[in-house]
Design a protein around this ligand. Structure first.
Ligand SMILES: Cc1cc2nc3c(=O)[nH]c(=O)nc-3n(C[C@H](O)[C@H](O)[C@H](O)COP(=O)(O)OP(=O)(O)OC[C@H]3O[C@@H](n4cnc5c(N)ncnc54)[C@H](O)[C@@H]3O)c2cc1C
Length: 398
């Protein structure tokens, strides 16, 4: 059994920002990062890749270049957690013990929960921006669409970036409008949610866009199965009814149901009140509610915030304060208010930067009405945020 003072499971957005921030506080901390992937992805740009306005190659970089120099990289996947004994085991069988554990392995995409989806994803006009390998296929489909029925889905579970299931729809509609074919496009949004967007001020803007583009919105509908070769999607009302409806599609963009990774779900760290298995933390401090030397933030924890990198930017500094306080035997008053942001492009060159907190009320950074889509916000998403991510956020400096 190898010991480290701090073990971080997951070297994604949260893992690397938190590791860097801790080392900025004290460069002598003994930190190990358990991360199996050689590559690191800037996932927020996959929406723009699907719309043909961002190079997919620029969303992938070598993990090795972003692991902080003073941290040790354990190139392995966590397989089991034993928090009663401050220990974990990796897929290779290696065992580790720790003083503090930070669990941030992100969210799991449950493709298998929709029958027929795995078999057809990436072909038969079925795509998803939620994967590096299929985001470019979205653009192939949007670009080559000649009219017909285009379907975009959103699952009933929480997802990473709540806006991403429909962001690509607004861009596709704008593209088809520019090609002069929008009147030949029958566009449907099939969503497991009960509302198009949870914050009223931003919802209104999106409803206006839906009306402008002629999008048919179907709420509280769960996709049950997809027949790729037959080009049919099946869904039911999530009020428990058994009546399945079918829709023929000529193009389909799917977002799968999502949950905590199975290794977390089946561990003592999971919140027992939900089958989705999120890690049970205090939503203001990110300290585990039962295991006080365990912390978690980002997509995998049960804080009821919208799961985004923007949320992690505000969560990471608060969590780091509480970890340092735990290590020093003191307490911290730092508190996270549920801040998250969702940059929603409503057309090429215009974007609504939706910012809000746990109260689901707007929490705007700029002294302008952010419910109005703007060119400046589009520039922020396309150029400023990717640069900030690779050069400042992962280094714990923003
Ligand atoms: C299409 C799309 C659009 C998005 N748009 C936006 C946006 O506009 N704005 C925004 O702020 N956010 C956006 N997001 C969300 C954002 O990417 C995530 O919220 C963010 O990456 C979550 O960070 P994380 O560290 O929790 O998880 P991730 O960044 O996903 O990292 C998890 C890491 O854990 C590793 N891991 C998994 N299992 C294990 C294991 N067993 N052991 C060890 N390591 C493991 C993975 O390899 C990965 O490196 C978008 C996401 C998608 C997919």
């Amino acid at each position: 059994m190898t010991h480290h003072q701090i073990i971080i499971v997951g070297g994604g957005n949260a893992g690397l920002s938190v590791a860097s921030k801790l080392l900025l506080k004290n460069k002598r901390l003994d930190i190990a990062i358990v991360e199996p992937s050689e590559k690191h992805y800037y996932q927020p740009a996959w929406t723009l890749v699907g719309a043909g306005t961002f190079n997919i190659a620029d969303t992938e970089k070598d993990e090795v270049n972003y692991i902080p120099k003073q941290a040790k990289w354990i190139k392995d996947a966590a397989a089991t957690f034993d928090p009663d004994n401050n220990a974990l085991t990796c897929a290779s069988g290696a065992k580790y013990s720790y003083a503090v554990l930070i669990v941030v392995p992100g969210i799991q995409l449950d493709w298998g929960n929709i029958a027929g989806l795995k078999e057809t994803l990436g072909k038969n006009d079925v795509t998803s921006n939620y994967l590096f390998k299929t985001a470019p296929y979205t653009w192939e489909l949007v670009k080559n669409f000649k009219g017909g029925t285009a379907v975009f889905t959103n699952p009933p579970t929480p997802v990473k970036c709540g806006g991403a299931p429909h962001k690509i729809m607004w861009l596709a509609c704008d593209y088809w409008r520019k090609q002069g074919i929008l009147d030949k496009c029958n566009v449907h949004f099939i969503s497991g949610g009960s509302i198009l967007f949870g914050v009223e001020e931003y919802r209104k803007t999106l409803q206006e866009k839906a009306d402008e583009y002629g999008v048919h919105i179907h709420l509280k509908q769960n996709v049950t199965r997809i027949d790729g070769p037959g080009h049919n999607i099946y869904y039911k009302n999530n009020d428990g009814s058994n009546m399945e409806e079918a829709m023929h599609f000529d193009m389909l963009h799917v977002v799968p149901p999502q949950s905590a990774p199975d290794v977390v779900k089946t561990s003592p760290l999971a919140d027992p009140s939900t089958p989705l298995g999120w890690i049970e933390v205090d939503k203001h401090t990110f300290q585990h509610t039962r295991f006080k030397n365990v912390f978690s933030c980002g997509d995998v924890c049960n804080a009821p915030a919208s799961r985004t990198g923007a949320a992690i930017r505000k969560q990471a500094p608060v969590m780091v304060e509480h970890i340092m306080a735990y290590l020093n035997g003191t307490t911290s008053k730092a508190s996270y208010d549920g801040y998250s942001a969702c940059p929603i492009p409503t057309q090429y060159g215009k974007l609504m930067l939706a910012e809000f907190d746990y109260s689901n009320k707007p929490k705007m950074t700029f002294p302008i009405n952010q419910a109005k889509p703007r060119w400046t916000m589009w520039l922020l998403k396309k150029f400023v945020l990717p640069w900030l991510y690779w050069n400042k956020i992962l280094q714990g400096k923003a």
